[in-house]
Design a protein around this ligand. Structure first.
Ligand code: NI
Length: 392
């Protein structure tokens, strides 16, 4: 079975589907048009389809001759961004855009389903195609799909997925065993003071000065509060408060995120933020509230499965295109939930090509992918399923 050839023969189809999906971006848990497109394509291939899982999720099951089941996953949601690309497949919907490549993920998985369904007789087990809603918004679609039984019936033994990566040149694929992506979180801090005249600050409790101290101290968490050898990011990404030149406001709201790679430090980090807030507001005589929402867990790739996939990359595309990633990324990905339940791996598919302007980073209004990468991802999905079910 020449998987690479079959995938490259579908290049036109891949581009057509990806561009269609690109024109109809829908945000988290609103992927109605998208999921009906996906479900229809899968049904036409004779694949058993279930819709409405985790609201807008779609699952297809292709049954082969064997007990083992591998799941292949693509995410479906777009982002609330206005597209700035001047292309004829530009987003039809104002303020919504596939700026993270999920349109490409879906077209690659649909074309992998096309190849696998045509070669069903060769499959020594089942393939589950998971089209997941809401990767971009907490609590994410993966967790909900698992709660609704996506890994059961038939029971999934391994899971595989990947993400477009504009920092890796097209043609190359990144792999890494162990932690690849970080724990994510969202927090909101409200600092309450006492408003007053800007010229009489000693009669006020100035929440802006408190906020500046809080922001400074939070930046010391990596290294002064937590061992500098532990990767930790604390970012304040939003500050709101105040109205004009001569008024000290009553309160200031801060929003931000904590990212880390050691789940044992989650409680510690939230405790430290609480201590900092208590300390600084006590000094000034102010008050605070602190709401911390845990996001996705650390994404941990299975050692053996990652080795298995790195060999497949080498076999299909040559050793020079299998890129061993040294350091984890501090971004998050809810594929982590699947990997908590079953072994598998999450790869990084190179889509960066300066000549084609496809090297803008994710979530940029000019994000685009190099469509030459589409057959590559398709081949990875197909080869992974066929080889894994044949005993790897
Ligand atoms: Ni994404």
């Amino acid at each position: 079975m020449d998987v690479k050839k079959m995938a490259f023969e579908l290049k036109e189809k891949l581009i057509e589907m990806r561009r269609h999906l690109h024109t109809i971006p829908e945000v988290a848990f609103e992927e109605v048009e998208t999921s009906s497109f996906v479900a229809e394509k899968l049904s036409k291939l004779g694949i058993e389809v279930k819709t409405g899982i985790a609201k807008t999720g779609v699952v297809g099951v292709l049954k082969g001759s064997g007990e083992k089941t591998i799941a292949l996953r693509a995410d479906m949601d777009a982002l609330p961004i206005t597209e700035e690309n001047d292309v004829d497949y530009k987003s039809k919907y104002d303020g919504k855009m596939h700026a993270c490549g999920h349109d490409a993920h879906m077209s690659m998985l649909l074309c992998a389903a096309t190849i696998l369904s045509k070669n069903k007789a060769r499959l020594k087990g089942n393939v589950k195609f998971i089209f997941q809603p809401s990767e971009e918004s907490l609590p994410g679609g993966a967790k909900k799909m698992i709660e609704e039984g996506v890994l059961d019936n038939p029971k999934v033994d391994a899971v595989f997925g990947f993400h477009c990566d504009p920092t890796i040149p097209t043609g190359k694929i990144g792999f890494k065993a162990g932690a690849l992506m970080a724990f994510t979180s969202e927090f909101t801090i409200l600092l309450k003071g006492k408003g007053g005249h800007a010229a009489v600050p000693e009669k006020s409790i100035d929440p802006i000065v408190m906020a500046s101290d809080v922001i400074q101290e939070l930046q010391k968490i990596p290294s002064r509060w937590i061992n500098p050898l532990e990767p930790v990011v604390v970012t304040i990404s939003s500050i709101h408060g105040g109205t004009t030149f001569n008024i000290i406001p009553e309160e200031i709201e801060l929003k931000g995120t904590v990212r880390l790679l050691n789940m044992d430090l989650v409680e510690k980090a939230t405790g430290i933020i609480g201590t900092i807030l208590k300390g600084i507001t006590t000094i000034y005589g102010g008050k605070y509230s602190f709401v911390f929402v845990k996001g996705y867990p650390v994404l941990k790739n299975d050692e053996a499965f990652t080795t298995f996939m790195s060999k497949i990359i080498e076999e299909l595309f040559g050793e020079e295109n299998a890129i061993k990633i040294d350091n984890p990324l501090m971004g998050g990905e809810d594929f982590a939930y699947f990997l908590e339940k079953v072994p598998g791996t999450f790869l990084r598919l190179g889509t960066g090509n300066r000549k084609k302007d496809s090297d803008y980073l994710w979530h940029h209004p000019r994000f685009n992918i190099d469509e030459d990468a589409l057959p590559i991802g398709t081949a990875l999905f197909v080869k992974c399923a066929v080889e894994y079910l044949s005993g790897g």
